[in-house]
Design a protein around this ligand. Structure first.
Ligand code: ZN
Length: 303
């Protein structure tokens, strides 16, 4: 079995794994994200030790962002404009590529998770899907015709604008750039600020969830009408609220108002808007999927 290295590079922790696929994780290590030098150094040490024993075919990195995912750009593989201290304009790919001498696949954390769910999880069997994560922020990744969607840069679905009824919801939003963009209205910190209460302590019948579901559905309707995904996967800490997903599905149907006459929307919406299947391994397995693509192999796709 060919082995790959994968890094889920998060803003609070790095998860590094050596794996052939989801059923074949050989080793895994997690450590806090401190300075680039220390954190990337720890990752290099972990993979170099493995690579010396059993060569890795390729590396994959799924990173917090914004990042530069354009392979023809001089700053490809960089974390670019993040407000996270020390990490502005940081080359993530370079040190790994130099130390290991193998191909490196690189993308955002949400694009990586979208690819991992497509290959092994809740997105199997379709060629067009969107993965959304709703937590401290809101990120979205898309697989289009079987490939990750990147263009000028990566999609930034969290920053689309939604209709905001200021009378019903006078909260101005959490986004430092836009205030009441999609992320600004629905992310975890926005719920805390709007209701002066942590989302985990809000009861399931609290009006917070009706409003949250409405905003999430408005965002999904924009995504559905623009990209026409065959499946939408919704993860992240906020989606752990089990009452939320059924409310979002119902609101999507209500807002679309019968305009899209597809079985996915009309009768099979429970199988259309779904939770992820890879759980806490989604990020790092997404990175393994990026590594497989970088190596130019389909091996392990169904493992
Ligand atoms: Zn924004």
């Amino acid at each position: 079995m060919t082995l790959y290295g994968g890094i889920e590079a998060g803003g609070t922790k790095f998860v590094c794994a050596v794996a052939g696929g989801p059923g074949d994780v050989r080793d895994e290590i997690r450590f806090p994200t401190t300075t680039p030098q220390e954190t990337i150094g720890q990752a290099v040490d972990f993979f170099a030790a493995h690579h010396a024993r059993t060569p890795l075919a390729a590396m994959g990195i799924a990173s917090f962002g914004p990042v530069d995912p354009n392979p023809s750009s001089p700053t490809w593989g960089y974390i670019t404009t993040t407000p996270k201290p020390h990490w502005h304009n940081t080359d993530l790919v370079g040190p790994l590529a130099a130390a290991l001498g193998v191909p490196v696949g690189f993308d955002t954390d949400v694009n990586g998770a979208a690819l991992g769910e497509h290959r092994w999880g809740a997105g199997r069997g379709v060629d067009n899907l969107v993965y959304l994560t709703v937590g401290t922020g809101l990120g979205g990744g898309a697989v289009v015709n079987g490939k990750l969607l990147n263009g000028m840069m990566h999609p930034e679905m969290g920053h689309m604008r939604l209709p905001h009824d200021w009378e019903q919801d006078p909260y101005p939003g959490h986004c430092p750039y836009h205030g009441d963009c999609f992320e600004g209205l629905v992310c975890g910190p926005a719920i805390i600020e709007r209701w002066q209460q942590d989302s985990r302590t809000l009861p399931p019948d609290h009006p917070a969830w009706k409003l949250e579901a409405r905003y999430l559905a408005l965002g999904l309707v924009n995504i559905i009408t623009i990209l026409s995904p065959q499946r939408i996967i919704m993860g992240g800490g906020i989606m752990d609220q089990e009452q939320l997903l059924p409310m979002v599905r119902a609101d999507v149907q209500t807002i679309l108002n019968g305009y899209l006459q597809t079985p996915e929307i009309l009768t099979e919406i429970d199988a259309y808007i779904v939770p992820p299947k890879l759980g806490s391994m989604a990020g790092v397995l997404g990175a393994i999927a990026l590594a497989q693509d970088a190596a130019g192999t389909d091996e392990g796709i169904n493992s």
